[in-house]
Design a protein. Structure first.
Length: 72
C-alpha cells in the first residue's frame, strides 16, 4: 500500500517575477556598458512593447475562446 500523500506544488510566481527583474537589469547594464545607453534603451523599449503585445494577444485569445464556448 502507498501511504504517501502528494502535496500541492509551491507557487513560484513571485520568485519568477523577481528573477525576471534581476536578469533584465543585469542584461541592460551589460548592454549599456558595452554598446551605450541608446542600445539599452532600445532593448528596454522593445521588451516593453512585447510585454504589452502579449497582453493584447492574451485578451484576443480569451475572447476567441469565449466565442467558441470554451472557457480558457
Amino acid at each position: 500500500m502507498n501511504d504517501h500523500h502528494t502535496g500541492t506544488a509551491p507557487n513560484y510566481t513571485k520568485a519568477c517575477i523577481v528573477m525576471f527583474g534581476v536578469n533584465i537589469t543585469w542584461i541592460l547594464v551589460a548592454i549599456w556598458a558595452i554598446w551605450g545607453l541608446i542600445a539599452a534603451m532600445l532593448l528596454a523599449l522593445g521588451v516593453n512593447h512585447l510585454i504589452e503585445r502579449g497582453k493584447v494577444w492574451a485578451a484576443e485569445r480569451q475572447a476567441a475562446s469565449i466565442r467558441r464556448g470554451k472557457p480558457l
